[in-house]
Design a protein around this ligand. Structure first.
Ligand code: FAD
Length: 403
């Protein structure tokens, strides 16, 4: 930067769209980029394009609070997120890119006997899956997080579930790392290219209409997170997805003070400290459906209240920025990675609050589905028709953490 960026080279090409591809991925977020990368790497397809209406990293992949964990409870989710965490652990070497993956440990606090039981059960499920979990009592939590308010009586801290392999990663570096690695394998990353229509002939997808012209394709993957319902509607599909806003916040840079990821079991609040020093935190959804990537003040106040309840010291920090992202909320809180009723058209969505940690496994399994037409073993329960058959994966109902 000090040298006027002279001599800097773009990290990936800026290709003109070809008239036809073997596969097109709609959406250049984390999941779209990882799908393209693993299609190339694991399945040898290279005539692929990722079509992104904005720029790489402009969506939720660059807006999240960066928490990476494998502490899901239900069979179906459990093995998927376990697979994802293993991919995270080798990601920097695989992409040859520093995504600043930091396994600093995640502590989910609990505040009642009932919550303790639920977390003990979750911890057992995690250990059974081959991941790590330790149940901490109140003093165990105090040893890790002495600055929490242990005196407040409204939501007394009973203990916490420690997941040492949980942590954070730098979100936009994940997008850039996958983008560069996919580009190097021949994937065309086409930015400022909005898909406006999906072409279907005799029940089979044949290509897409875009703001940069029509592009033909044998296979098309819809991987557009908060815009899933809109894009699927272009193929005549009505999805069980609602789009809601989730906000996040960052303070001014502070000296190192919080060396874990902490989630507050009673107040929809989670926090970590970035390597730059900012406290990064968030809470619950703004509870109205919207396509605006910004939230409203009532939720800002609610999140601040929760933070102050848990750690009053946070009130001394100045808030620097807040922003919002459009979440693709599914009715049971679990994702969809599946074929659609249109031949050659595939769907990857329903990531709710938690799709950042899923980026590696989602791409891995979506690429498997698109290349082989068979669901990958660890994503076999993410069927679209479960909302018709009743085979739900109600992770929300198990008192899961939200991000
Ligand atoms: P996106 O980055 O949104 O990618 C979708 C892309 O599709 C966008 O770039 C968009 O421009 C593009 N697109 C849309 N329509 C079209 C079209 N017609 N044509 C072409 N392109 C199109 N998850 C965690 O695991 N941990 C967390 O701590 C966490 N915290 C979060 C905090 C916030 C505030 C938010 C907003 C999300 C959080 N998440 C978290 C969720 C996670 O960020 C998302 O689930 C995940 O990023 C979604 O997948 P993606 O990266 O592919 O989405």
């Amino acid at each position: 930067g000090l040298f006027g960026n002279r001599g800097w080279k773009p990290a990936w090409r800026d290709p003109t769209p070809k008239p036809a591809y073997d596969a097109i991925i709609i959406g250049g977020g984390g999941h779209g980029l990882s799908t393209a990368y693993y299609l190339a790497k694991n399945h040898g397809l290279t005539n692929i394009a990722v079509l992104e209406k904005g720029w790489i990293g402009s969506g939720n992949i660059g807006r999240n609070t960066t928490i990476v964990r494998a502490n899901y409870f239900l069979p179906g989710n459990s093995e998927f997120y376990s697979h994802s965490l293993k991919l995270w652990e080798g990601l920097e070497a695989d992409l040859n890119y520093n995504v600043m993956h930091s396994q600093r440990g995640l502590i989910n606090l609990f505040h009642s006997d009932g919550q303790r039981d639920a977390f003990a059960r979750r911890g057992n499920a995690m250990v059974n899956q081959g991941d790590d979990a330790e149940l901490l009592d109140r003093e165990g939590v105090r040893a890790h997080l002495p600055y929490l308010d242990f005196e407040q009586t409204r939501f007394p801290i009973y203990g916490g579930l420690l997941h040492r392999r949980g942590g954070t990663a730098r979100h936009d570096a994940v997008a850039w790392g996958y983008a560069r690695a996919a580009d190097r394998r021949g994937v065309d990353l086409i930015q400022n290219c909005e898909v406006t229509g999906i072409d279907i002939e005799n029940g089979r997808v044949t290509g897409v209409q875009t703001t940069r012209g029509a592009i033909r394709a044998k296979k098309v993957g819809i991987v557009v997170a908060g815009r899933s319902s809109q894009v699927a509607a272009m193929a005549g599909l009505r999805l069980p997805i609602e789009s809601h806003i989730l906000q996040a916040f960052v303070t001014e840079g502070l000296k190192p003070v919080i060396d874990h990821v902490i989630s507050f079991g009673m107040g929809h609040f989670y926090i970590s400290q970035s390597d730059k020093g900012g406290l990064v935190f968030g809470g619950d959804l703004d509870f109205y459906a919207s396509y605006a990537a910004r939230g409203n003040l009532p939720m800002v106040e609610h999140v601040m209240e929760a933070g102050m309840t848990l750690m009053p010291m946070i009130g001394r920090a100045k808030l620097l920025r807040s922003w919002g992202g459009i979440m693709d909320m599914s009715p049971d809180g679990s994702p969809i990675i599946d074929k659609t009723p249109v031949d050659g058209l595939y769907l990857d969505c329903g990531w709710n609050y938690g799709g950042f940690k899923a980026v590696p496994a989602s791409g891995w399994t979506m690429a498997h589905l698109m290349a082989t037409d068979q669901p990958h073993e660890v994503a076999r329960r993410f069927r679209l028709n479960r909302f018709a058959t009743g085979h739900l994966l109600d992770e929300e109902g198990t008192g899961s953490q939200h991000n």
